[in-house]
Design a protein around this ligand. Structure first.
Ligand SMILES: Cc1cc2nc3c(=O)[nH]c(=O)nc-3n(C[C@H](O)[C@H](O)[C@H](O)COP(=O)(O)OP(=O)(O)OC[C@H]3O[C@@H](n4cnc5c(N)ncnc54)[C@H](O)[C@@H]3O)c2cc1C
Length: 400
């Protein structure tokens, strides 16, 4: 396995602090020592590692202070900048089977949590004691979340939630669900996020389909029938759901870009290592341009995608216009998710028959990277957002 153990950054991204490089080095060692060695076992076991291994991953992550990266130290997180966080996400992207999901963390909407919500859910999540899940998508509301039908009717005791949520990642292991539902007031729907304890009566998993990747958590369909929550179980205020959702998308899309760059890094390392050692027809296969040129194209994609990703992160850290950051995060997600999957496909080809084996890193990435072109907004939706940005913010602001 061509994994570089030494922490070495020959030409760091301009402006990276000593602190950022130290965090990156710590995450890199964790990925090399704790995550990558467990990938094949996770794949063989359908994504589910034994409990003691999961406990070990959590323990090592907390010992290396890699839990809750963007969350504040006051809540048990690390208080990283967006750039520091993206450097760590890039490292997570170098590993397969989403074993990094065991690193204790929580969704960014918890930044808007009340002290009581933080105490009950956020702090335990960052210690690895509970998991959360985020439920927006419905049968008839995917790319267009304004079509959601879930409702939260006001009652004397708070709200009564009804609806059906699809693709709830980690809905099988989460003990708290962040649920988007419309509060109907004055005849107009107010999209609102609710903190819903999964143990409440009226919550039922009605489907649990298999998906392409072999990951630790599932993506069930969850039905909410007359689920009663209190008046304080709103997060971000009644009607604040769309704004929080936009923040979530910007962060998750940048995370997908950072992880995709990391995936290409690992894919190219492993594949160049293989192709320079493998001989067929009297030559190293790397000496056939049919093998090496596609890898060269992916190297150019990886380097360009990395610069774009870290430009967006730096812009957010500098307090740049969040709307512009939203467009640019879409551009990074689109470019990297499309090029990372193409890279995995090229690497499978370079490995030949071995590239079709589940024990091969390129085979796993080929399956795993496909969903990055779909979730957190499909590639087509990213193009819509970028096109709108060209018109509303101007070409120069989108490009530079
Ligand atoms: C594994 C997995 C995990 C997920 N996890 C979560 C989760 O945790 N929480 C959650 O809320 N959701 C989750 N999702 C849902 C995900 O965000 C949606 O699948 C995604 O937004 C696309 O919605 P859809 O599947 O309904 O497709 P649709 O919206 O029906 O789109 C189908 C096709 O039509 C295209 N299309 C749609 N509208 C347009 C348009 N205006 N212009 C051009 N083309 C268009 C799309 O690009 C796509 O190619 C997950 C999905 C998957 C697969």
């Amino acid at each position: 396995m061509a994994v570089t153990a030494e922490v070495e950054l020959l030409y760091p991204i301009p402006g990276l602090s000593e602190r950022a490089l130290e965090i990156q080095g710590r995450a890199r060692r964790f990925v090399d020592d704790v995550l990558i060695p467990r990938e094949e076992e996770a794949e063989r076991r359908g994504g589910i590692l034994p409990d003691e291994e999961i406990a070990e991953v959590k323990h090592e992550a907390i010992a290396a202070s890699l839990n809750g990266g963007l969350h504040s130290p006051q809540h048990g997180g690390q208080g990283w900048t967006r750039t520091e966080w993206a450097l760590v996400e890039e490292q997570w992207g170098r590993s397969t089977n989403a074993i990094s999901w065991h690193v204790p963390n929580a969704y960014n909407v918890w930044d808007h949590a009340s002290e009581a919500q933080a105490e009950r859910y956020l702090r335990p999540a960052l210690k690895g004691e509970l998991r959360d899940a985020y439920a927006v998508t419905e049968r008839d509301a995917g790319s267009d979340p304004s079509r959601i039908k879930a409702t939260a009717e006001r009652t004397d005791a708070g709200f009564r939630i009804n609806g059906e949520k699809w693709f709830v990642t980690s809905g099988d292991v989460a003990s708290v669900l962040i649920v988007m539902a419309n509060v109907i007031e004055g005849g107009s729907p107010l999209p609102t996020l609710f903190v819903v304890d999964k143990g409440l009566p009226g919550i039922e998993t009605i489907d649990d389909p298999d998906f392409t990747h072999t990951y630790p958590d599932r993506h069930p369909t969850i039905l909410f029938s007359d689920v009663e929550v209190g008046p304080d179980d709103v997060i971000g205020g009644v009607g604040g759901g769309d704004d929080l959702q936009r923040d979530w998308f910007s962060e998750e899309r940048l995370g997908i870009a950072a992880r995709g760059v990391g995936s290409m890094w690992r894919l190219l390392e492993e594949t160049v290592d293989w192709a320079t050692g493998r001989e067929q027809g009297g030559s190293r296969i790397f000496d056939y341009q049919g093998v090496s040129f596609p890898l060269a194209d992916s190297a150019a994609d990886a380097a360009a995608g990395r610069l774009l990703t870290f430009q967006v992160a730096a812009m957010i850290d500098a307090g740049g216009d969040p709307k512009l950051a939203h467009h640019k995060a879409s551009m990074a997600k689109l470019f990297v998710s499309e090029s990372a999957w193409r890279c995995a496909d090229r690497c499978v080809q370079a490995f030949g028959g071995r590239g079709y084996m589940r024990s091969n890193v390129a085979e796993r990435f080929l399956r795993e990277l496909r969903v990055d072109r779909i979730w957190e907004g499909t590639s087509e939706i990213q193009r819509l957002i970028i096109a709108r940005g060209l018109e509303r913010r101007g070409v120069e602001r989108i490009l530079h």
